[in-house]
Design a protein around this ligand. Structure first.
Ligand SMILES: NC(=O)C1=CN([C@@H]2O[C@H](COP(=O)(O)OP(=O)(O)OC[C@H]3O[C@@H](n4cnc5c(N)ncnc54)[C@H](O)[C@@H]3O)[C@@H](O)[C@H]2O)C=CC1
Ligand SMILES: O=C(O)[C@@H]1CCC=N1
Length: 280
């Protein structure tokens, strides 16, 4: 049994908590610490124990998950550091925040504290997330394994070096939004073609589900699967040509680059704030 404290019960905090509950983690093993009161009560009613005190909420936790906005991470981890510094129980501090390097968290905690950084995605909510996990400087394999086990209960996990986290964020962290935008565009286009919106939605989402299942079935890769839908002289080839001439592929590459750049900017900002504070 792993006791998990989640600090920040926003969209990703809820996705994690809901996914953990769905995969069998007991309500009594999850504590949420959420700053906004109605939101905190709502989460407690649905899934877990609520702690209004960060100190009490983190007490005895094996894993403390930081799920606040990147800019709020240093202040929150500072408080977590104070809360656990005298504890005999070892807690692994896990950050889900985009950009923020593990070193920024390590500098706020007692020397040698294990920190693990995770880039999850929102599909944890339905147990279909994919997360990348990397160790901080003081985390040992056993710490990484514990976090991998927690994240595996809400989806797939890959272990990467921290230097790859910006790229990971741009692909799988932000990625669900790209698919949602495609689905949204397909629904609108289907309505334009005369389909009722509810029918268009069922067709677009069912297509996403089927395509996702084929992509993850372990057989052909995306290029072969696409080629198999493109009958010679057929409808799909005509559509794909329009997507390509409309810049679809380079728009995706630009989007992934923009997300990775933003992640790097967040890292620089977090690093600068940390350096400034340590200079004072
Ligand atoms: N939304 C997503 O799909 C993903 C988000 N992330 C990362 O997860 C983090 C959270 O993102 P979201 O959930 O989207 O943001 P959000 O704004 O929905 O949630 C943040 C939550 O933290 C709470 N909070 C702020 N300060 C607090 C404090 N001192 N104590 C307790 N609670 C506090 C806020 O009230 C809010 O409910 C970010 O760092 C983001 O980079 C990572 C992967 C995917
Ligand atoms: O948009 C964001 O900054 C967060 C990180 C990855 C997904 N959502």
């Amino acid at each position: 049994m792993t006791r998990i404290a989640v600090v920040g019960g926003g969209r990703i905090g809820e996705a994690l908590i809901a996914g953990l509950r769905k995969s069998g983690t007991e309500q009594s093993d999850i504590v949420v610490i959420e700053a906004v009161e109605p939101r905190a009560s709502e989460l407690a009613k649905k899934y877990c124990i609520l702690s209004t005190s960060l100190d009490i909420g983190c007490e005895g936790a094996d894993v403390i998950v930081v799920a606040v906005k990147p800019g709020d991470v240093p202040a929150v981890v500072d408080r977590i550091g104070d809360a656990i510094s005298d504890s005999v129980h070892e807690s692994i501090v896990v950050s889900l925040a985009a950009g923020v390097p593990t070193s920024v968290l390590e500098n706020k905690l007692s020397a040698g504290s294990p920190v693990v950084r995770v880039m999850p995605n929102t599909a944890m909510l339905v147990g279909q997330g994919v997360s990348a996990v990397c160790k901080g400087r003081y985390a040992r394999d056993e710490h990484l394994e514990k976090v991998v086990t927690v994240m595996e209960s809400v989806g797939a996990v890959v272990v990467v070096d921290e230097s790859k986290m910006d790229a990971v964020t741009a692909v799988s962290g932000s990625g669900p939004a790209y698919f949602f935008l495609l689905a949204e565009a397909m629904v609108d286009a289907a309505v334009e073609q005369g389909l009722p919106r509810d029918v268009a939605l069922r067709l677009a989402t069912g297509t996403a589900l089927g395509a996702g299942a084929m992509l993850t079935a372990g057989g052909d890769g995306p290029a072969d699967l696409r080629a198999a839908v493109c009958s010679p002289g057929g409808t799909t080839a005509a559509a794909i040509r329009r997507l390509e001439s409309g810049g679809f592929r380079s728009a995706v590459a630009d989007a992934v680059e923009a997300s990775a750049t933003r992640s790097r900017d967040l890292a620089l900002a977090a690093q600068k704030a940390d350096d400034d504070e340590r200079d004072d």
